[in-house]
Design a protein around this ligand. Structure first.
Ligand code: NAP
Length: 245
């Protein structure tokens, strides 16, 4: 087992990529702290993880609120005494063309995707610094590298996550903490299910492997990057996109 007795906090784990990462880590021996804004849907993740025989703690938290995030860290320490892994994965979209984009669409996407990641890294890294070790992984996106029509807010937030990752990696390396980001392409989840079929088929044309990714594909990359096998990798952004970028 790659994560035996490790304690992992995973945000946005009620569904999609975060849920699959939580299940994958639990199968690999981790004790998982599932965090999401929606506690009702999170209950299903908790049930599935418990059924694997793994220890799980579910916490409702809005990652845009630093107090909520600090509560997550405190509750995790109360129950499990340490934090080995942080997966900052909660994210949203509010797509529209730049000229039509409302200020609140910009603010909301930046608040969840970028400020939320800042809040989580700040709170968890304080604990990891004292422990002199840990792994932090954030979910960026290929859109943060290449941009996209209708996603100026999302692209800016994910490019921000990449800059944040690279800076945090440099600040935290001397304490034995690795900080990386993954940049998924098109992964089949609730987030992408909402796109119109014609948009999906246009995206598919741009994917050399000619298929969409699955949350399980992403979870395997996350597993590798937070495991001992990746202990010499930090400050990196790894694309998982079927060859798109
Ligand atoms: P998803 O299925 O929508 O899951 C995201 C989860 O985050 C949802 O449960 C969502 O709750 C939760 N969340 C939203 N706002 C939150 C907040 N303020 N605090 C805490 N939790 C919050 O999305 P996904 O596709 O798995 O995406 C996961 C991450 O991967 C995101 O950061 C996304 O940007 C990134 N990503 C996804 C793709 C893709 O193709 N799917 C590609 C590149 C990057 P609600 O549903 O209740 O809002």
């Amino acid at each position: 087992m790659l994560l035996k007795d490790k304690v992992a906090i995973i945000t946005g784990s009620a569904r999609g990529i975060g849920k699959e990462i939580a299940l994958t880590f639990a199968r690999e021996g981790a004790r998982v702290v599932c965090v999401d804004i929606n506690l009702d849907i999170l209950a299903e993740t908790e049930k599935e993880i418990s059924a694997l025989g793994a220890q799980v703690l579910s916490i409702a938290c809005d990652v845009t609120k630093s107090n909520d995030v600090e509560q997550v860290v405190n509750k995790t320490l109360d129950k499990f005494k340490k934090i080995d892994i942080l997966i900052s994965n909660a994210g949203i979209t509010a797509d529209t063309l730049l000229v039509r984009m409302k200020e609140e669409d910009w603010d909301r996407v930046l608040a969840v995707n970028l400020k939320g990641t800042f809040n989580c890294i700040k709170a968890a890294s304080k604990v990891m610094m004292k422990q002199r070790g840990g792994s932090i992984l954030s979910t960026a996106s290929v859109i943060g590298l290449i941009g996209n029509v209708g996603q100026a807010n999302y692209a800016a937030s994910k490019a921000g996550v990449i800059g944040l990752t690279k800076s945090a990696a440099k600040e935290l390396a001397s304490r034995g903490i690795t900080v990386n980001a993954i940049a998924p392409g098109f992964i089949q989840t609730h987030m992408t299910d909402r796109l119109p079929e014609q948009v999906k088929s246009k995206i598919l044309e741009k994917i050399p492997l000619q298929k969409f990714g699955t949350p399980a594909d992403v979870a395997q990359l996350a597993l590798f990057l937070v495991s001992e096998k990746a202990r010499y990798i930090t400050g990196q952004v790894i694309c998982i996109d079927g060859g798109m970028v």
